[in-house]
Design a protein around this ligand. Structure first.
Ligand code: ZN
Length: 413
């Protein structure tokens, strides 16, 4: 016979054991859940990390106009549709051929996107490159043919200013454009003064891509090359990466309108931009890898070539005997352009300037002294007229690292 007391005790003991087992199972489940949560978290993190590593380069493709804003209008075609066709085809080519590039569109359908929103999309995506695609037009009775690629800068020629005015006038369809663009009037020439001395730190890269695009339009698509220009485009002003604005051709010229509306035309134009993009990416990846700053940026060194206003010589200076004995001289750099300025150009505001060439750009400087404090004073004075003026240093006529020049100048005092 069993003792009911012991039975009760046993059952209590059993209950405890059961409870304990239950508790430990619960603990085990909890632990397991924690591990699963951790694993899930890692699993979520991993692809992101891999994506970040796999997609080193971000390109934003901006099809101009859209929705209520047709852009320039031809006999049959509308600019917004040509731009979108070429943009999507360009994006498709990049996506299909470059695993390491992320393509971001500012629009991939027929919708209206404001100019400042387009720039914001590019900045938020931390893009390495911004390519804005447009179609040119001239008033009735005027005929022109060919492609042009623009970078941000001063609108020297009236024609360039006209293109910028037309492209910027998009903002007029926005109700609050006066507030959004701080009183900028796209139709008034005065509004463009702000672009005159804008120091674009990405200018060299932008110009280099623009030249590649123009070269491809000519050699691959057989278009007339109307060259690389600078003008004040709002959409380029607000992007913080190398940026270009492409004008594919003249919608107001019937044969160009037909070409740009054709499958063949879209294919050839987008392939040209794609070829140029690939060449740009390749050359800048190499330049980055050999740069001394490469380690501070990503593995491909893509961002390295985004030069800061402080000049760093592209080539390491080889010190010859003669070179070493020469002391560094300082100058103030006022502006740089892709085309040479005429003698006594009004852009130099009457300042006596000399010019040197670097990476295909014409750079204008003033002053020349071995005394760093003196050049600092001159720089401050020049900044009043030339916003973003900065100090450069040379030894024996060759550009040198400005920090090294400052050190030498201080030591010899
Ligand atoms: Zn346009």
């Amino acid at each position: 016979m069993e003792n009911p007391k012991s039975l009760r005790f046993l059952s209590l003991f059993d209950k405890k054991v059961v409870l304990l087992q239950h508790y430990s199972t619960k603990m085990r489940i909890k632990g397991l859940l924690q591990i699963i949560v951790c694993l899930c978290f890692l699993w979520l993190l991993l692809p992101m990390e891999m994506m970040a590593e796999g997609k080193d380069f971000v390109v934003v493709i901006d099809a101009g106009h859209g929705g209520k804003d047709p852009g320039a209008v031809g006999k049959k075609a509308q600019e917004k549709n040509i731009n979108l066709d070429v943009a999507l085809e360009l994006g498709r080519l990049i996506k299909n051929n470059c695993d390491d590039v992320r393509v971001v569109y500012t629009r991939n359908t027929d919708v209206f996107i404001s100019l400042d929103r387009r720039a914001k999309i590019a900045n938020d995506a931390k893009a390495d490159l911004f390519i804005s695609i447009h179609t040119n037009a001239l008033p009735k009775g005027r005929i022109a043919r060919g492609t042009e690629t623009y970078t941000l800068g001063m609108a020297r020629a009236d024609d360039n200013l006209e293109v910028a005015k037309r492209e910027n006038s998009v903002i007029l369809v926005e109700d609050d454009y006066k507030e959004r663009y701080a009183g900028f009037n796209p139709k008034s020439s005065e509004s463009y003064i702000m672009f005159e001395f804008m120091q674009d730190k990405h200018m060299e890269q932008s110009v280099s891509l623009a030249r590649l695009i123009q070269g491809q339009f000519k050699s691959h698509a057989g278009r007339i090359d109307k060259g690389v220009h600078q003008a004040g485009f709002l959409v380029l002003r607000d992007t913080s990466m190398p940026s270009v604005l492409v004008e594919l051709g003249f919608i107001s010229t019937p044969d160009e309108e037909t070409y740009m509306s054709s499958k063949k035309g879209v294919a050839a134009l987008s392939r040209s931009i794609y070829n140029a993009f690939m060449a740009y990416k390749k050359s800048h990846a190499v330049a980055g890898a050999t740069s001394s700053q490469a380690s501070s940026d990503n593995s491909l060194g893509m961002k390295v070539v985004q030069t800061t206003p402080e000049p760093t010589p592209a080539k390491k200076e080889v010190k010859t005997q003669e070179n070493a004995t020469q002391r560094p001289v300082f100058k103030v750099q006022l502006l740089s352009t892709s085309t040479k300025l005429s003698a006594g150009s009004s852009k130099l505001k009457g300042v006596k300037a000399s010019c040197y060439e670097e990476n295909g750009m014409y750079k204008y400087t003033t002053g020349e002294t071995e005394d760093y404090d003196e050049i600092l004073r001159l720089k401050r004075q020049m900044e009043k007229t030339f916003k973003g003026a900065f100090i450069v240093a040379f030894r024996g006529g060759k550009k040198m690292d400005v920090q090294e020049a400052i050190r030498e100048s201080r030591n010899k005092k």
